[in-house]
Design a protein around this ligand. Sequence first.
Ligand code: AQP
Length: 333
Amino acid sequence: MEQEQKKKILSLIQPTNTPTIGNYFGAMCNWIKMQEEFDCTYGIADLHSLTVRQDPVKLRAQIKESYALLIASGLDPERSTLFVQSHNPNHSELAWLLNCYTQFGELSRMTQFKDKSAKHPDNINAGLFTYPVLMAADILLYQADMVPVGVDQMQHLELARNIVQRFNGVYGDVFTMPEGYLTKATAKVMSLQDPTKKMSKSDENVNASVSVLDDRDTIIRKFKRAVTDSETEVCAREGKDGIINLMSIYGGATGKSFEEIEAEFKGRGYGDFKLAVGEAVADKLAPMQEEYKRLSADRSYIETCMKQGAEKAYKVSRKTLQKVQKKVGFVVF
Ligand code: AQP
């Protein structure tokens, strides 16, 4: 009964590589907290990941790894729905239908399409162009009230909202209008090698990002090499992008505020600070890494969770899809 009144949240992560501490602090940590308050559906967006060429063997391994990591990080497959997107064909089906209610001009304006086309000029595929429509289908299938999004995804969410307005305008109240759910922790974690750029799991420079499965020594080494500035003071002043990024990572790992961090490192150099950040991140990730190791040895448990997650996701989303099919005039049994 109580479950029915909770607001619905949906969020997915792409299995394009091992998640970084950007994904961890920016998304996964929030997802865990949201389980308390919301009816949550979380998934591995493997359909989305195909917009960039993937190695099949690596992709399969990464889907399993990302799924196990979500559980290891604290997501409860009993309480939330944890599924793999390609296990639920309703996503592709609704995406096609919504494609017919989305304008070419709208998709042409998406900045991520422009950015990714520039990054992969040899593979500007139609999937890259219609990616936001699949994202709209992901959200609308589950009638999500809220979608935790980073600033970079706001434009896609806006498109989903336009689709809802258009579709509901023609057919009545079919889809819930989704709202963006922005929290402080959704703030971006930046690259350790270029603090003006978002930390990304597909960054080719291994020192730019910290994977959630990096071992302690690697984590500390990467932080020691982090690009900062030529000053010595640990403070959040304009122009100190590298230090500000390290401060917010340290804050994410320890729960300390910027004021507390500034006080803690007053009069101490960057060397001390970088070491402390590395150690704090390694400490924070250790329990998840331990749990991941344990889960990796239990493949049947992960497979069972995946199957149950797929069934739960299918059941909920089928209702929406059939409603849409009826509204547009299909013969539905
Ligand atoms: N650097 C980041 N800081 C804060 N949040 C981040 N997220 C990603 N990077 C950061 C959040 O993680 C969730 C899942 O992201 P995704 O995998 O679906 O796609 P993404 O945003 O494209 O992540 P990456 O790491 O940059 O992947 P690649 O390199 O494959 O493109 C989202 O909620 C996202 O906001």
